[in-house]
Design a protein. Structure first.
Length: 325
């Protein structure tokens, strides 16, 4: 199967375009192929976190990352050469602090062609969100996307089916007459006959859909984005920075000095990688507190949480939060 994908850095600029993707093969898992270079730090049903360390001039044999996608944070700068199954090579130069996204799952070997060792922390995503733009890109076109709303143009031809996907709260306006069948996760079916000019409001829902009529379904949908007044980027903009964001993950770097406090904020499911150690006191809305000794290289998984954090150690603490969507 021929597939074209990209490794993307920071705000979304493509820096490499790779072809000829191979199917992920568990036997070629880099943790098994080269355990001295790929060390497992954490694994659950959502993610794997791997510490990647490749010395100057060292080469890692052919392998495939058994994940839907990977998010890499470069702890150091360096140069790598990827060799694909067809013999083609791609040279990559990365800077410490950059974040890379890749959803190709290519089989490749890798060689450190730089003049220093390279160190990377990698978060492998085992699942994708059921965003309709990802599930059915030929049917859902993004017209506008900002912090408040996402506006979609939806076109579904007669007889066409759209796999299971989900929407947040959404206002929809019909641009054509059409018939559509919704099938919900519990198996419930709803048949609707819609008229051009009609509008409707929907609470968050998941469904698959099928155009059961003889005319194309043409709909304008305005998805409402949940506002997060306690978003850490808004709560403490001087102590946090957005490194990367797409429809699957958001990477935030955060830091605060000894004696400083990061005010009350919230996260969805996320994993933290500590780059500078210290001791932190967490306080929760119910008044409970917890003190944690943060160590460099430590990985911490968390379910959705609201808390404040105080640095009760003697040095600045710094880390990367990879939030799942």
């Amino acid at each position: 199967m021929r597939k074209v994908s990209s490794i993307i850095v920071g705000t979304g600029f493509a820096i490499l375009v790779l072809g000829f993707a191979a199917k992920g093969i568990t036997a070629e898992d880099p943790v098994k192929v080269s355990p001295k270079n790929y060390k497992m730090l954490l694994e659950n049903d959502q993610i794997r976190v791997i510490d990647i360390s490749i010395k100057k001039g060292e080469q890692v044999k052919m392998h495939t990352h058994p994940a839907k996608a990977t998010v890499d944070y470069l702890l150091t700068s360096g140069k790598l050469r990827l060799t694909l199954l067809d013999g083609k090579t791609v040279d990559f130069v990365g800077k410490g602090g950059e974040v890379l996204w890749d959803d190709a799952s290519l089989t490749h070997s890798v060689k450190n062609t730089g003049d220093s060792d390279i160190h990377i922390v990698e978060v492998e995503l085992k699942k994708f969100s059921d965003d309709p733009v990802r599930v059915a890109p030929n049917n859902y076109n993004v017209l506008q996307d900002n912090a408040q709303v996402r506006i979609l143009e939806i076109r579904i031809k007669p007889g066409e089916k759209v796999p299971m996907h989900s929407h947040p709260q959404t206002f929809s306006y019909n641009l054509s007459d059409y018939k559509r069948r919704f099938t919900f996760p519990d198996g419930t079916i709803n048949d609707s006959e819609e008229k051009a000019g009609a509008s409707f409001w929907s609470e968050a829902f998941a469904s698959s859909s099928e155009n059961t009529g003889t005319t194309e379904a043409h709909v304008l949908a305005v998805e409402m984005k949940k506002q997060r007044p306690d978003d850490p980027l808004k709560v403490e903009p001087e102590k946090s920075k957005l490194l990367f964001e797409n429809d699957q993950v958001r990477a935030i770097e955060w830091w605060f000095k000894a004696g400083e406090k990061f005010e009350m904020h919230s996260h969805p499911e996320h994993v933290i990688y500590i780059t500078k150690p210290s001791k932190i006191k967490f306080s929760f809305p119910d008044g409970k507190t917890s003190e944690v000794e943060m160590k460099a290289g430590q990985v911490i998984w968390s379910d959705p949480v609201t808390h404040s954090a105080e640095n009760i150690g003697t040095s600045e603490v710094r880390g990367i939060a990879f939030e799942l969507k």
